[in-house]
Each structure stands twice: as structure tokens, then as C-alpha cells.
Design a protein around this ligand. Structure first.
Ligand SMILES: NC(=O)c1ccc[n+]([C@@H]2O[C@H](COP(=O)([O-])OP(=O)(O)OC[C@H]3O[C@@H](n4cnc5c(N)ncnc54)[C@H](O)[C@@H]3O)[C@@H](O)[C@H]2O)c1
Length: 438
């Protein structure tokens, strides 16, 4: 394919050279004449393993050249990859100035050129930037409609500085956020034959994935380092701990616990987090990530309360009470905490949990419920229907099949989904459905 690459920084230079290496005819565009001259001399404007040899090769063979002339590049290409910088503003917000400028320049050049061209954004940008900010700029400059007259896609890259050439040829995945199928097809063709799964998703999903990835990577590093510091202070070899931790592919390095859902609770996680953070504090070790896990969890629970408040309704039903499906353990159940907050705010509450009946509450649980939620007995309903008849808004905190089968669609009570119901995707389009974090 004939490709223009805008921005010859780390991402643009590596993308341009690697695409040229895969047989595409590539022109790199940058406002910086020095970078353009370097490329045309067969030299890489960035230092990266393997990039020097690759640029020399592909410039020598004529597969890659560079220019500062946007019109000339656009006139001679069918697809543009935008790799300009998106730095932080002093207040932390994303600077989109370079993106806006280059989008307008490309649009103006396309208006003169005519014919279909696909604009592919590689730069990291917050969800909504492409459709709400850049597409209108492009459409105005082109004088046409995105998805019809000009293709648009978002294609974040997952190159790590230092190994980006290798990463290009062996990516962890390829993400194509497509405005329309034809735009997505163009991007897919660019990378055809590369390993890794290809995900074709809506544009804002592609934008968000990059943030999910980078936030998680930062979180992983921070977690490991805090854990290391605590272990060190306690005289434990953190690397031995993490070796065993990493070997657990069922619960640790796995999809477990990584889907948005309700707050956690139970008799272990809150207690153990509290004592670990306490031990760190006693050793004068600052652990901001670990010490904010419980506050984060409490804020998430509060989101459920706020959803109920937003409905303006007072008669509330709650399905589920124990901390986990299939148990009657109520100790530190987040649903008990939720019930308590709603009760405290004067909501007219009815609760059903098939696993919880007062007669089955023994020992620790009985004591727990008596101190934490003494009014539970009056609030418990024996059947799903009793709750449905009572409630104007239903909080669903369980995937109990009897509850799922009884939940109405459409006209019934407002459904506040805490568990991502199996039919959540269809329900999301219905009025009267609220997902907790989706
Ligand atoms: N560096 C990385 O490893 C990395 C990894 C993942 C994602 N990203 C993202 O990729 C994007 C680019 O990052 P980078 O590190 O390559 O940036 P960079 O700052 O190294 O390079 C950006 C280049 O764009 C050029 N440019 C600016 N405006 C232009 C215009 N109107 N026309 C043509 N060229 C223009 C600049 O002169 C510069 O050479 C950012 O959104 C960044 O967040 C970077």
C-alpha cells in the first residue's frame, strides 16, 4: 500500500520503517526538517535497537522517504498514519494541539486531491477525541463525511521504547477501531500476516484500550514495588514471594478479578489488606497504592447508592446479600454494607437472598448480622416476587437463576445491575436499566 506516516518520533519512525520493511511504499512527514533530512540520508532520527539498519535498508531500496510537504505526501498515498505527539498539559490534561493541526492539514490536502483516503490515528488519545474533536475538523477541511468520503480509524500501537522494532513485528495484539468496515479493512491490510490477535472494535473502545493497558502496567509495577518494600521491611525476600505469586495462573496472573463488577468484601480481602497496610505503616513504609485499595472499594460501593438516589424512587429491592453467590456468609459482605447505607438513608427496603435465611444464620454470622444490620429480619423477603411487587428500583447483586428468570424488561422497576447480568448488553439499550460501571 502507499502510506503516509505523520510524525517521525519514536512511534512514527518505527512504524514507517517497519511498514516499508514489509513491502509498503512509505513517505514520512514531519514539521522538523532535521528529522526529514536524517531519514532521507538513511539515518534514523531516534535511537532504538535495530532501527538504524532498518532505516538505512528501506531508504536505500526506495521503500521509505521523508518530506515536510503534506500535500505531496497525501497526493501520493491511500492511507495516512498519524503518529504526532500527545503530551500532557501542565494540569495533566491531554494536549491535542498537534493532532488537531495535522488533521486539518491532511483534510485540506485531501479536499484538493479527491478520491478515497483513510486517516488512521496511532497517537494515544482519550476516548471521544477522535469522533468528537478530530472527525469534525477532518470533515470540515475535506468538505465531506467521515466513513463515506474519507475513511477514519484508530489504531493504537503497543510498541515499547527500546524494543519497538521487534514489538512491531511481534505485537501482543492489533487493535483496529473502525468508523466503518472499509476503514477497518485498510488497517487490517497494512498489518496482514503479523502474529497476534486482531480486534476490530468501535473507535472509542480502541482509544480506551491503550489507557487500560498503560494504567494496568503502571499499577502492576507500583504494586510489585510496594510489595517489595513491605517484604524487605519485614525481612522477607520479595523475589521469592513474587516468584510464587507469579506461578499462580489461576487467580493471580489470569483474568480472575479483572472484570468491572461490584465492590469486594468477605472475611479475607478487607481484613488482610488492612493488616498489611498497618504493618507497612508500622515499618514507616509508604504504600499509597495498597492503602487506597479499600477506599477505592468503598467509593465503588457508594456509586451504587448514588445510582439509587438518581432514580428519585424510595421503594427499593435488593437481590443478594451474602458476600458471594452460593454462600450465606455475611461477614463484611458489600451487599450488607449497601443495604445498611440505603436503610440508613430511609429507603423502604426489601431484600431477598435464597442462601440467607435467619434460621440458617448460625454462630459468627448471627452475631455479625445482629451488630451490623439488626433490622435485617424485617427487611428479608422469602420470595423474589415479594421484592418485585414492592420495588420501584431493584438492585441486582446476584446471578441466582431464579432472580434472573424473574427480572422484568421494560416497564417494571428500574434495574440497577451490580453484577453485569448475562443479558446486560441487550438491557443497556432499554430505559430503566442502569449498569454500575458499564
Ligand atoms: N514513545 C513511545 O514508546 C510510545 C508508545 C506508545 C504510544 N505512544 C504515543 O504515540 C504518539 C507519538 O509518540 P512519540 O513518542 O513518537 O512522539 P514524539 O514526540 O517522539 O514524536 C512526535 C513527532 O511528531 C512531529 N509532529 C508534530 N506535529 C506535526 C505535524 N503537524 N505534522 C507532522 N509531524 C508533526 C514532531 O515534530 C515529532 O517529530 C503519542 O501519542 C504517544 O503517547 C508513544
Amino acid at each position: 500500500m502507499k502510506v503516509s506516516v505523520f510524525g517521525l518520533g519514536y512511534v512514527g519512525c518505527v512504524s514507517a520503517a517497519c511498514l516499508a520493511g514489509r513491502g509498503h511504499e512509505v513517505v514520512g512527514v514531519d514539521v522538523n526538517q532535521v528529522k526529514v533530512d536524517l531519514v532521507n540520508d538513511g539515518k534514523a532520527p531516534v535511537v532504538e535497537e535495530g532501527i538504524g539498519e532498518l532505516v538505512a535498508d528501506v531508504v536505500g531500496s526506495g521503500a521509505l522517504r521523508a518530506t515536510t510537504d503534506v500535500r505531496e505526501a497525501i497526493a501520493n498515498s491511500e492511507v495516512s498514519l498519524i503518529c504526532v505527539g500527545t503530551p500532557s498539559e501542565p494540569n495533566g490534561s491531554l494536549c491535542t494541539t498537534y493532532l488537531e493541526r495535522v488533521t486539518e492539514e491532511i483534510g485540506t490536502a485531501l479536499a484538493e486531491r479527491g478520491g478515497r483516503h483513510t486517516v488512521v490515528f496511532r497517537s494515544t488519545m482519550l476516548p471521544g477525541t477522535c469522533l468528537n474533536l478530530l472527525v469534525p475538523i477532518l470533515e470540515k477541511a475535506v468538505g465531506g463525511t467521515a466513513g463515506v468520503d474519507v475513511g477514519v480509524a484508530v489504531n493504537p500501537e503497543f510498541l515499547r521504547e527500546g524494543t519497538s522494532v521487534r514489538d512491531f513485528f511481534d505485537p501482543p495484539k492489533t487493535v483496529i477501531g473502525q468508523l466503518d468496515v472499509a476503514s477497518g479493512d485498510v488497517v487490517a491490510e497494512l498489518y496482514e500476516g503479523l502474529p497476534g490477535e486482531v480486534f476490530r472494535v468501535p473507535v472509542p473502545v480502541a482509544e480506551a484500550i491503550k489507557y487500560a493497558d498503560n494504567a494496568f502496567h503502571g499499577l502492576k509495577i507500583g504494586f510489585a514495588n510496594e510489595l517489595g518494600a513491605v517484604c524487605q521491611a519485614l525481612g522477607v525476600d520479595s523475589h521469592q514471594v513474587i516468584d510464587v505469586f507469579l506461578a499462580d495462573r489461576k487467580l493471580n496472573i489470569s483474568p480472575a478479578y479483572l472484570r468491572p463488577g461490584f465492590a469486594f468484601g468477605g472475611s479475607c480481602l478487607p481484613k488482610d489488606l488492612r493488616s498489611l497496610v498497618h504493618a507497612a505503616q508500622r515499618a514507616d513504609i509508604s504504600v499509597p497504592i495498597l492503602s487506597h485499595v479499600l477506599p477505592s472499594n468503598a467509593d465503588h460501593l457508594q456509586r451504587a447508592v448514588e445510582l439509587v438516589e438518581r432514580t428519585g424512587k424510595r421503594k427499593v429491592g435488593l437481590f443478594g446479600l451474602s458476600f458471594k453467590p452460593g454462600t450465606d456468609d455475611l461477614r463484611e459482605s458489600p451487599l450488607v454494607e449497601l443495604a445498611e447505607r440505603l436503610f440508613g438513608k430511609g429507603y423502604d427496603l426489601k431484600i431477598h437472598d435464597a442462601n440467607v435465611s435467619l434460621s440458617r444464620l448460625l454462630g459468627a454470622n448471627r452475631e455479625y448480622i445482629e451488630t451490623r444490620l439488626p433490622h435485617l429480619a424485617q427487611l428479608l423477603a422469602d420470595s423474589v416476587d415479594e421484592v418485585l411487587e414492592h420495588a420501584d428500583v431493584c438492585l441486582v447483586g446476584t446471578k441466582d437463576p431464579a432472580v434472573l428468570a424473574a427480572l422484568p424488561h421494560g416497564d417494571g422497576p428500574v434495574i440497577v445491575d451490580l453484577v453485569r447480568l448475562p443479558d446486560a448488553e441487550a438491557r443497556r439499550a432499554e430505559p430503566g436499566y442502569m449498569g454500575l460501571a458499564w
